[in-house]
Write a protein that binds this ligand. Structure first.
Ligand SMILES: [Zn+2]
Ligand SMILES: [Zn+2]
Length: 295
């Protein structure tokens, strides 16, 4: 199983960190986790155009995690998809997707009539709503959902991916410190975890207040906590993503995380990949072998 961080940013606009999205590939199967801004470009950059996805999994319905869904449906159709895009999301996803498709109905019908492509089925979506527990079984790969703590968002989940080569990858989704996620992530080959860098979030007159910052911080995992999470989970490798703010000092963050986690970890970047069986991390032309795991 191979994990690629497609977008490591947040709702802020950043030219190097796009909106939250991740890709999991195993054998011929590819699954998208979340659908943030710029995801279709990143999928092409990762060599897995959206038209080839077997499934899209949504952790929760915050806009930064699904804002490019319609673009994914259109561009996948343009890339030759002939079957509906399969979307797995929490309660509320069906209503969201129905509304989205209704909003674009006239435009879609015009395109279908005008562009005369071989299939119109590829320009639709099929929604499956999941709850805690099994989400989907694909060839050689199964996914389960873990309810996380992103209140006041009630329907928020992390995912555990298990491949038939024995590898496991766990995605935190958006959550504050969450014992259920730590239990689910125990011994994971890789834990992909969000990170709220609270030391950098200061009030800006006319833009954000301390009360607002505290409110957002309260439903995310702070950079001072995420190393403890990885230690408690005994994660074999930690990849950080979904950075708030998107611009920060990597060295300072790395030092903060290393205080609590002595295992290997990476400050995630868009299009960084980790191949679990070979314990190989790649980003652009750079290539690292993590070597044997600690005891
Ligand atoms: Zn969220
Ligand atoms: Zn988010």
């Amino acid at each position: 199983m191979k994990v690629t961080l497609l977008g490591t940013g947040c709702p802020q606009c950043h030219t190097k960190r796009y909106g939250p999205a991740n890709l999991v590939r195993h054998g011929s199967v590819s699954v998208l986790v979340d659908c943030g801004s710029g995801v279709t470009q990143r999928l092409v950059g990762a060599g897995s155009p959206g038209g080839k996805l077997d499934a899209v999994l949504l952790t929760h319905l915050h806009s930064d995690h699904l804002v490019d869904l319609y673009q994914l449906i259109v561009s996948g159709w343009h890339q030759g998809r002939t079957t509906p895009l399969r979307i797995y999301g929490p309660k509320g996803t069906r209503a969201y997707v129905d509304g989205l498709l209704a909003l674009w109905k006239d435009e879609r019908e015009l395109r279908i009539a005008h562009e005369q492509r071989p299939s119109s089925a590829g320009f639709t979506a099929e929604v499956m709503e999941y709850a805690e527990g099994p989400v989907v079984d694909l060839p050689g790969l199964s996914v389960t959902a873990v309810k996380v703590d992103h209140r006041p968002v009630e329907e928020a989940y992390g995912f555990v991916f298990r491949a038939d080569d024995g590898s496991t990858a766990v995605f935190s989704g958006d959550t504050r410190y969450c014992p259920a996620l730590i239990r689910a992530a125990r011994g994971a080959d890789v834990l992909i975890h969000e990170c709220f860098i609270h030391g950098l979030m200061k009030p800006v007159p006319g833009m954000r207040t301390q009360v607002g910052i505290d409110a957002v911080a309260s439903y995310h995992t702070l950079s001072a906590e995420v190393g403890k999470v990885a230690t408690e989970a005994e994660a074999r490798f930690l990849m950080l993503n979904h950075f708030v703010p998107a611009e920060f000092d990597r060295e300072a963050l790395s030092a903060e995380v290393a205080r609590d986690f002595t295992g290997p970890f990476a400050i995630g970047e868009d299009l960084m990949s980790y191949d679990i069986p070979t314990r190989t991390l790649t980003h652009g032309d750079a290539h690292w072998r993590l070597g044997e795991n600690r005891a």
